[in-house]
Design a protein around this ligand. Structure first.
Ligand SMILES: C[S@@+](CC[C@H](N)C(=O)[O-])C[C@H]1O[C@@H](n2cnc3c(N)ncnc32)[C@H](O)[C@@H]1O
Length: 254
């Protein structure tokens, strides 16, 4: 019974995540849904900035603190291990739902692309960004990242093992394809409003800080030399060969 309830909890958390993820596309893209990044009532600049930054900070804190191995060790004394990831996913989704709900728009247009070709290119990039995010989750392990694997294994009495270090497809091009996808999706818009720009700048900075100082230091602790070698060979987020790699290649060919 306990296992069935945990499994059901995992499914509900996953479905809430899926809804939140799909809503994010429409929220950032400013289409289809009632509340988007550019809809709602405007207020003065400073209070609006305060509310929006507070909402993004809440998500960033929840996400960064709860994803650390030390925090996981501590809170799995209270939250059963098989539902730890689902609970993390659920709380992340709730923080995002709060952001969608309370987000204050700033509708001043900072730049606008009016050429039809430019608009199409930006929408293609927008779609590509979200697609990269989704596909990359499958290249690590989509069902582990969102807690379904853990509750299924608990239900079936299968010993749960952490995901191994992956070097699949996108992960051979950059070390953080999911984050690259988000950055592309957040910046690719034909109409950049002030609110959207603040969102794109803040989330990009957060992503760069979080992957450099939190996630990668955990990955080095987890995978040791293997990850350090990976850092030397594969760029962090921009899919361009490194200058020193080119130099090394040049040396080798001389
Ligand atoms: C939300 S995912 C983001 C992964 C990565 N930062 C990206 O942008 O694609 C975070 C989880 O992925 C795991 N992870 C990151 N790179 C990995 C890799 N190459 N193989 C396996 N797990 C990885 C981290 O340990 C963390 O639990």
């Amino acid at each position: 019974m306990k296992k069935a309830i945990a499994f059901l909890y995992g499914i509900v958390a996953y479905l809430i995540f899926l809804g939140t993820f799909l809503y994010a596309i429409a929220f950032v893209g400013d289409f289809l849904v009632p509340k988007t990044i550019n809809s709602g009532t405007e207020i003065d600049f400073w209070p609006a900035l305060g509310v929006d930054v507070a909402l993004m900070t809440l998500f960033a804190l929840q996400h960064s603190v709860m994803a650390r191995p030390g925090f996981k060790r501590w809170w799995t004394k209270f939250v059963p291990k098989p539902i730890e990831r689902s609970t993390f996913v659920l709380l992340s989704s709730l923080a995002l739902i709060l952001l969608y709900w309370k987000w204050v728009p700033m509708k001043t247009v900072v730049w606008e692309v009016s050429s039809p070709v430019g608009i199409v290119i930006l929408y293609v990039l927008f779609a590509l960004g979200w697609l990269i995010v989704l596909l990359a989750t499958f290249m690590i392990n989509h069902f582990d990242l969102f807690g379904l694997k853990q509750v299924y294994e608990y239900l079936k009495n299968i010993e749960s093992k952490p995901v191994e270090f992956k070097l699949t497809l996108f992960y051979r091009i950059v070390r953080h394809p999911i984050m690259l996808g988000f950055i592309i999706a957040f910046w690719a818009t034909p109409v950049m409003t002030l609110g959207h720009l603040i969102f794109a700048v803040t989330t990009t900075l957060y992503i760069l800080v979080a992957i450099s100082y939190l996630e990668e230091s955990d990955l080095v602790k987890m995978h040791g030399e293997k990850y350090r070698e990976y850092q030397k060979k594969v760029p962090k987020i921009l899919p361009f060969p490194r200058k020193n790699n080119k130099k090394r290649e040049a040396h080798r060919t001389i």
